[in-house]
Design a protein around this ligand. Structure first.
Ligand code: HPA
Ligand code: ZN
Length: 351
């Protein structure tokens, strides 16, 4: 992967991660460990031989055929998370890993419905994650925010109930925003308009996955029906120049995940992603890892893959990382610190 001075520069950039599912950072080693500690039975070798060992599971992760094929493993994986300490370990491991990759601020998704439906208390999840956030801030200086996701493969009413339960935490800022994830095709954004309208009325931050497997029409719907501030994945803008112009004009940030898009067969290679098109058309984006334990790479690997495919220069990276800072849901004071950090790195790595 991109070796030499560009690699060091990419590592040093103060990165903000906007698109990372905490449950998607569950490495197979922790998955097996928690399954045995919590007495959770995983699929038997006759049901699915992938669960024979860490290696066979990792090998299966390299052969996803679609978003739903991945989600099948993602939901089995997270079934091992039971206690607040499990959620804390998961998140703390991610924060440590992200810190080593140069992440200074992380806004991370989580899926309460996938846990409460198994009998895990909502507060066990949030308590575990917030404990990890505090430790990561003290140990690594990393700031972080939680984004609660509505799962779109479940009935809309189920998502509404989860959203209602999350409102007190959204009001206090324990949770910083609302997202929408899981099976995209057949579950268009407009189905969630009531939830998003309420979130907008209450002044909550809003994002939604759109334009990952489905087309640009889902991205347009996320803007028109959900009035989102960001769109997750959002790789389909080149399908419609007028929607692309709308994103640029309204400053709607796209949170891209290059390795995820290749692993889930949304594109055949990173070079097919519209990175250059977005730079040329003023569409702001950040580079993220999505589900790093499943897609073979954390945020720095994603930055390296983009560098290898597009050969960007340092000024272009400064723009990308600057946009990621601006598009973050942290305080202006924190943004100022991150901006100064970026300026220092640009001076340190001046050609
Ligand atoms: N898309 C939709 N839902 C998800 C994803 C994704 O890439 N990762 C985890 N949940
Ligand atoms: Zn995602």
């Amino acid at each position: 992967m991109c070796q030499g001075p560009m690699h060091e520069f990419l590592q040093a950039l103060p990165k903000c991660e906007h698109h990372m599912h905490l449950e998607g950072s569950l490495e197979p080693s922790l998955l097996f460990d928690l399954a045995s500690r919590n007495g959770i039975s995983l699929p038997s070798p006759t049901e699915d031989p992938s669960f024979q060992s860490i290696d066979t599971l990792l090998a299966r992760y390299r052969r996803f055929t679609s978003l739903d094929d991945f989600l099948h493993y993602y939901f089995i994986g997270m079934s091992v998370l039971i206690t607040p300490a499990d959620f804390e370990s998961l998140a703390y491991e991610y924060f440590g890993r992200a810190h080593r990759d140069g992440v200074v601020h992380a806004e991370v998704f989580f899926d309460p419905q996938a846990h409460t439906s198994r009998g895990v208390a909502y507060n066990a999840i949030v308590d575990g994650f917030t404990a990890a956030q505090k430790r990561a801030s003290a140990d690594f200086g990393i700031t972080s925010e939680l984004i609660v996701c509505v799962l779109r493969h479940l009935p809309v009413e189920d998502g509404e109930k989860m959203y209602r339960d999350a409102i007190p935490h959204l009001e206090t800022g324990v949770i910083r925003g609302l997202g929408l994830s899981s099976t995209e095709k057949g579950n268009p954004p407009h189905l969630y308009r009531d939830i998003y309208a309420d979130a907008e009325r209450r002044g909550f931050n809003r994002t939604a996955h759109a334009g990952e497997e489905a087309g640009v029409d889902y991205m347009a719907s996320a803007v028109h029906h959900l009035n989102v501030m960001r769109v997750d994945h959002g790789i389909k803008l080149p399908e419609d120049e007028s929607v692309m112009a709308l994103f640029a004009q309204r400053n709607i940030m796209v949170t891209m995940c290059p390795l995820s898009n290749v692993e889930l067969r949304c594109v055949s290679k990173v070079a097919d992603l519209p990175i250059r098109t977005y730079l040329d058309n003023g569409v702001k984006f950040s580079i993220n890892s999505d589900d790093p334990a499943y897609f073979g790479g954390y945020i720095l690997d994603n930055h390296c893959a983009v560098q290898e495919a597009f050969g960007l220069d340092k000024r272009e990276w400064e723009r990308i990382v600057g946009h990621a800072i601006d598009g973050s849901w942290c305080s202006d004071e924190r943004k100022g610190e991150l901006r100064r950090h970026l300026e220092d790195v640009m001076v340190r790595y001046k050609d």
